[in-house]
Design a protein around this ligand. Structure first.
Ligand code: ATP
Length: 332
C-alpha cells in the first residue's frame, strides 16, 4: 500500500474526485488516501487556500492527486497551481493527447505528448507598471530549466519507443530567450541520434496541428506556448474533459486534469471525470502499477466505445455517477 495525498478542490473538483477514488478502489489500486479540501471554500472557513496539514501530507507522501482549484480573483492571491509548481519544483508538465475512436472529432489518429516547461517564461509573474499606460512583463528562460525539460522529452521518447521530438518556439522574434531554448534543444538532440528532432515556430505549429496533427509526436516548449498549444491538442481529441497531465520534479510528482474547476457545470453531476481518471492512471504508472492502470484504461475505452453511457461534453446524456458506475462494471 502506498499512501498518497489528494487535494479535493472546488467547482467540479469534489464530484470528479469522488468518481475517481471509487474507480481506483474498485480496481483494487494499492493506494491509501489523505484527502484535503483546498481552495476558495477552505479559505473562507479557515483562512488558508491550502491548509498547512495538506502541504505537510504532500511533503511526506511525495505524490499528489489534485483536482481543480479555483484561485479567488483579487489582489494578493497567486495562482495555486503556479504556487505548487514552484514550491515543489514540478518543472515538467506532461500532457498526452490521444485520439479515442469512440469520441467523434474531425481529427483522427492524434497521439501527441506535450512537454511544457513549468517553472519559468512569462509565468514567473514579474510585471511592472512603468506609467499608467505602460506595463512590462518579464520572460525568463534559463539554460538549466531548458536543459532538464528537453532532456526529459528525449529520454521519454527513447523509453517509450516514440520517433520524434519537436521544439516549439518563437526564436525568430525572441532571439535571445527562445533563441536560448532552441540552441539548448539542438545541443541535446545531438546526443539522441536515434530520435528524429525538428523545430517549428509556434504560430506555424498551431496551423499545422489543425491541418495535419498526425505529423507530431512529442513536442517540447517553454511554459506559455505549452499552456496554449496543449489546450489546442485537447480540442483535437474531443475537449478538455479528456486531457490528463503529470507535473514531475526531482522529488515530487503531482497528477491533475488539465481543465479548470468548470464552475458553470459544478454541482450538476455532469462533469466528465475522464481527464482526472487518466491522470490517476499516469500516477499508477509512475508508481509501477501498470496492470491496474491498464485495466482502468481498458474499462474506460470500452465504455466510450459503447457510447451509451457517456457525459454531455462528449455527446452523451449520462451523469458523472452513471459513467463512473459503467466504468466500474467494466473492470476486470
Ligand atoms: P482555468 O483557467 O482554471 O484553466 P478555464 O476558465 O480555462 O479554467 P475550465 O474550468 O477548464 O476553464 O472550463 C472550460 C470549459 O470547459 C467550461 O465550459 C467547462 O464547463 C468545460 N469543462 C472543463 N472541464 C470539464 C469536464 N471535466 N467535463 C465537462 N466539461 C468541462
Amino acid at each position: 500500500m502506498k499512501t498518497i495525498t489528494v487535494f479535493m478542490g472546488d467547482g467540479i473538483g469534489p464530484e470528479i474526485t469522488d468518481a475517481v477514488l471509487k474507480i481506483l478502489d474498485a480496481a483494487k489500486a494499492p493506494l491509501e488516501y489523505e484527502v484535503f479540501r483546498v481552495g476558495a471554500a477552505e479559505y473562507e472557513e479557515n483562512g488558508a487556500l491550502i491548509p498547512d496539514a495538506a502541504f505537510a501530507s504532500f511533503e511526506k507522501n511525495k505524490i499528489l492527486l489534485k483536482s481543480p482549484i479555483t484561485t479567488p480573483v483579487g489582489k494578493g492571491f497567486r495562482s495555486l497551481n503556479v504556487t505548487l509548481r514552484e514550491k515543489y519544483d514540478l518543472y515538467a508538465n506532461i500532457r498526452p493527447a490521444k485520439s479515442n475512436t469512440a469520441v467523434a472529432t474531425p481529427f483522427k489518429d492524434v497521439d501527441i505528448i506535450t512537454f511544457r516547461e513549468n517553472t519559468e517564461d512569462l509565468y514567473v509573474g514579474v510585471e511592472q507598471q512603468i506609467d499608467p499606460d505602460t506595463v512590462h512583463a518579464t520572460k525568463i528562460i534559463t539554460r538549466k530549466a531548458s536543459t532538464r525539460i528537453i532532456k526529459d522529452a528525449f529520454e521519454y521518447a527513447r523509453a517509450h519507443g516514440r520517433k520524434k521530438v519537436t521544439c516549439v518556439h518563437k526564436a525568430n522574434i525572441l532571439k535571445l530567450s527562445d533563441g536560448l531554448f532552441l540552441s539548448v534543444f539542438k545541443e541535446i538532440a545531438a546526443d539522441y541520434p536515434d530520435i528524429e528532432a525538428d523545430d517549428k515556430i509556434v504560430d506555424n505549429v498551431c496551423m499545422q496541428l489543425v491541418m495535419r496533427p498526425q505529423q507530431f509526436d512529442i513536442m517540447v516548449m517553454p511554459n506559455l506556448y505549452g499552456d496554449i498549444v496543449s489546450d489546442l491538442t485537447s480540442g483535437l481529441i474531443g475537449g478538455l474533459g479528456l486531457l490528463p497531465s503529470s507535473n514531475l520534479g526531482k522529488d515530487y510528482a503531482m497528477f491533475e486534469a488539465v481543465h479548470g474547476s468548470a464552475p458553470d457545470i459544478a454541482g450538476k453531476n455532469i462533469a466528465n471525470p475522464t481527464a482526472f481518471l487518466w491522470s490517476a492512471c499516469m500516477l499508477l504508472e509512475h508508481l509501477g502499477e501498470l496492470e491496474i492502470a491498464a485495466n482502468i484504461r481498458r474499462a474506460v475505452d470500452e465504455v466510450l466505445a459503447e457510447g451509451t453511457c457517456i457525459t454531455p461534453d462528449i455527446g452523451g446524456t449520462a451523469t458523472t455517477t452513471q459513467y463512473r458506475d459503467a466504468i466500474i462494471a467494466h473492470l476486470a
